[in-house]
Design a binder for this molecule. Structure first.
Ligand code: GLC
Length: 473
């Protein structure tokens, strides 16, 4: 089978969140299973772009209302990712430093999607499946079916994966004029509550829709930022497939980003050495349990609770624990977390930035990873943590609920709580401190977590089954 993934992010070319990790890994595993998987994404001005060689594979042009665009499709020459990576270059529109956050993001991602279809329209053969990710690519199933120019593509089966339904790409109806001439009888497919809603349109138009965990799909039926009724109505084609993690990138035995490599057979010393490095670098106490948070500092991740939660814990359990934070996002949250630094010197530190390398060292050296997320479609950080013997402390939601079992349950290995609240976080920190005292139990739990298979193998197979099902429809 030949599958083409369309996405705004793909690690290591461009990463903002977990979407990039998934799009950088799943195709690799599909290839290993004997399929052809390709990724097409916008060309941003990232380090990866400049450090690699590219060849031009296609040039074209199109107009969006009154704007004319020339676009170029380039391909990474050496197949470094284990699959073909293509980027769409549109001068002045896509070739920017950041992935998102510009006033013209709507125009950028609509133009990106049109470019992809213009290119596919020129292929001599057709791919077996077009797999689109999140709202930035979610207009493609509709355009394939309803734009007159793409009649040739009409029968290609489409799959939409939703990594986060909070973001839907809403735009005013006047922007419908951006789409290449389409069958206006079908305007209802684009509409959701008087706005043009790309995510809703993708859910209506794709042959299959999945989220990145079964638990999150169930939650969306009740709470989906306005799309609950739509998920209910389309439930016959909706499933949940849990993400895997890339065992080639996330392997404590071979990870070049950490100080000392280790495996499930000998993790005690390895983890201690990595912890010492972290604690030395960030002026923390290596004899105390080390709690970390890694991620985007936004409401969805309940990062707004962190400063108060840490303040409480460091006051209440003085001299008994350390915290280290890595992330960036909401400037107000960033500021709160930076201010704490002066208050708890020696027990708290933060790096308000995105730093892939440091994140690996943190998973390797920490004892507990805190994830109080309000919304967590899958969550990859808890999976990375477990692979590196770090105990996840998570709120029971979405994918966190599906992947972490509390130590009080049979065969449990994590700490779980119900509410994104200061009280629940506090109780969980207390439980973690107790667990940390029980050296034997802590060691057994680390071992158990490291032995869990969260690789992509099983999940890639579920995607293959999904592709087969849309082909036979
Ligand atoms: C989004 C979700 C996260 C998920 C990731 C990859 O970033 O918020 O929960 O793990 O996508 O699917």
């Amino acid at each position: 089978m030949e599958i083409i993934h369309v996405s705004a992010e793909c690690y290591p070319m461009a990463k903002v969140g977990g979407l990039a990790d998934v799009v950088g890994a799943l195709p690799k595993y599909l290839q290993t299973q004997g399929h052809i998987a390709k990724v097409v994404m916008p060309m941003y001005r990232t380090k990866f772009l400049y450090e690699n060689e590219w060849e031009v594979v296609h040039k074209g042009n199109f107009s969006m209302e009154k704007m004319n665009f020339d676009f170029t499709i380039i391909k990474e020459k050496e197949n470094k990712l284990g699959f073909d990576l293509y980027c769409v270059d549109i001068n002045g529109l896509l070739d920017r430093e950041k992935v998102y956050g510009y006033d013209d993001d709507t125009e950028r991602f609509v133009a990106f999607q049109i470019s992809v279809l213009e290119w596919l329209n020129k292929w001599e053969h057709l791919p077996d499946v077009v797999h689109v990710h999140d709202h930035h690519a979610a207009l493609i199933p509709f355009m394939i079916h309803e734009c007159f120019a793409y009649r040739k593509l009409k029968n290609i089966p489409t799959v939409l994966t939703i990594h986060n339904a909070q973001y839907q790409g809403w735009m005013g109806w006047e922007k419908a004029a951006y789409l290449p001439a389409w069958n206006t009888w079908k305007w209802g497919m684009l509409d959701w509550r008087n706005l043009l809603n790309p995510l809703a349109c993708g859910i209506k138009s794709a042959d299959a829709v999945n989220t990145v965990s079964p638990g999150y799909m169930l939650e969306l039926m009740d709470d989906a930022n306005g799309l609950e009724n739509l998920f209910q109505a389309e439930s016959f084609k909706c499933t949940g497939i849990i993400n895997g993690i890339d065992y080639k990138v996330w392997n404590p035995l071979a990870d070049t980003f950490i100080l000392d490599n280790f495996s499930v057979k000998d993790f005690t010393e390895g983890k201690a050495l990595n912890k010492k490095k972290l604690c030395d670098d960030f002026e923390l106490d290596k004899t105390l349990p080390l709690f970390i948070f890694i991620g985007r500092l936004v409401q969805d991740k309940a990062a707004d609770l962190l400063a108060d939660a840490i303040n409480n814990a460091l006051n209440q359990y003085q001299g008994k624990l350390n915290f280290l934070i890595l992330g960036s996002g909401d400037p107000e949250i960033e500021n709160e977390l930076m201010v704490l630094q002066n208050k708890f010197v020696g027990y708290y530190n933060s790096q308000i930035t995105y730093n892939e390398k440091l994140s690996h060292l943190m998973y390797a050296g920490a004892d507990f990873l805190l994830m109080p997320s309000r919304v967590e479609p899958c969550g990859l950080n808890q999976l990375y943590a477990m692979r590196y013997g770090t105990v996840p402390v998570v709120r029971r939601t979405g994918g966190l609920k599906d992947t972490v079992k509390d130590i009080d349950e049979e065969n449990g290995y994590g700490l779980c709580f119900d509410y994104a609240s200061l009280t629940d976080i506090d109780i969980s920190i207390k439980r973690a401190l107790e667990l940390f005292q029980d050296k034997k139990k802590m060691k057994a739990i680390r071992k158990k977590m490291m032995e869990i298979d969260n690789s992509w193998i099983a999940s890639a197979q579920q995607y293959i089954n999904l592709y087969n099902s849309v082909q036979n429809k």
